[in-house]
Design a protein around this ligand. Structure first.
Ligand SMILES: O=C(O)C(=O)C[C@H](O)[C@@H](O)CO
Length: 267
């Protein structure tokens, strides 16, 4: 029986017939990635934009989660042809490209994931995990069927161009980043601000009109539910590192007496 690659994020979304819920893996740890993979969530996003991940640690995490029935997406640090080629050759099948601000930038990402004549992806898969070292029959001809591309809308410029970005052939879906969006609107740290939420909802509507799925980052449960009600097809509702940070603080608060605040003279 020939080897087969798993289905993509968007095939799984269509098959599920309901929104997909997932979480970030930012710890760069294969062990933590595997713990999260067995949680029952629909998908994981391994982050390399803000997390200390290199090709080796991403590969180790892909290995760790490979036996679990969920989708895995990976976010590279930049929208770059070389880095995208390396991720694809590593066997990443679902890519989330950060900071895509225009149709031009979205088209560059599409070109990076496709072989010539449809794109500019370099040909090295025979020596790479992507094709399982040429054990996937016809990998070069069929690669694009095993890859999904999601672009991140996370600035005012991107939100203004969202219709054009959605219209780019090869963009399978969009993902809203309320934190950077808020920052670009002069509202740093205010991802829950009604002005930010209104822009997110505008983009969700644009995606619906374009017939493409849209996802959003929302760690606050009521916000996540509101975005799902507004038409989000997939959400990220937490992160490994955040769970660990908040729970370890809770342990400390529960068992360690709060030191008295010592009033000091000002020097
Ligand atoms: O702008 C956003 O929101 C995101 O892109 C998500 C962040 O990068 C993520 O680290 C959560 O804060």
């Amino acid at each position: 029986m020939p080897l087969q690659l798993s289905s993509t994020f968007y095939s799984a979304l269509a098959e599920a017939g309901r929104p997909l819920a997932g979480m970030w893996v930012c710890s760069s740890s294969p062990l933590v990635a595997e713990i999260c993979a067995g949680s029952g969530l629909d998908w994981l996003l391994i982050d390399a934009e803000h997390s200390p991940n290199g090709l080796e640690s991403i590969l180790a995490q892909l290995h760790a989660v490979s036996g679990y029935p969920l989708q895995v997406m990976v976010r590279p640090p930049v929208n770059g042809t070389v880095v995208i080629k390396q991720y694809l050759d590593l066997g990443v099948q679902n890519l989330l490209i950060p900071m895509v601000n225009s149709a031009f930038e979205a088209a560059a990402a599409v070109a990076a994931v496709r072989y010539p004549p449809h794109g500019v992806r370099g040909v090295g898969s025979a020596l790479a995990r992507a094709s399982r070292w040429n054990r996937i029959p016809d990998y070069l001809a069929t690669a694009s069927e095993s890859i999904s591309l999601t672009v991140q809308i996370e600035s005012e410029a991107a939100a203004s161009a969202v219709e054009e970005i959605l219209a780019v052939d090869g963009v399978d879906g969009i993902f809203l980043g309320p934190s950077d969006l808020a920052a670009s609107m002069g509202l740093l740290g205010q991802q829950e601000n009604p002005l930010v939420r209104a822009v997110v909802e505008h983009c969700l509507e644009a995606a619906k009109a374009a017939g493409k799925p849209a996802g959003v980052n929302a760690f606050n449960e009521s916000t996540a539910r509101a975005y799902l009600d507004a038409g989000a097809s997939f959400v990220l509702v937490g992160a490994d590192v955040a769970v660990l940070a908040r729970e370890s603080e809770r342990f400390a608060k529960t068992f360690i007496p709060t030191p008295e605040v010592v009033e000091r003279d000002s020097y």
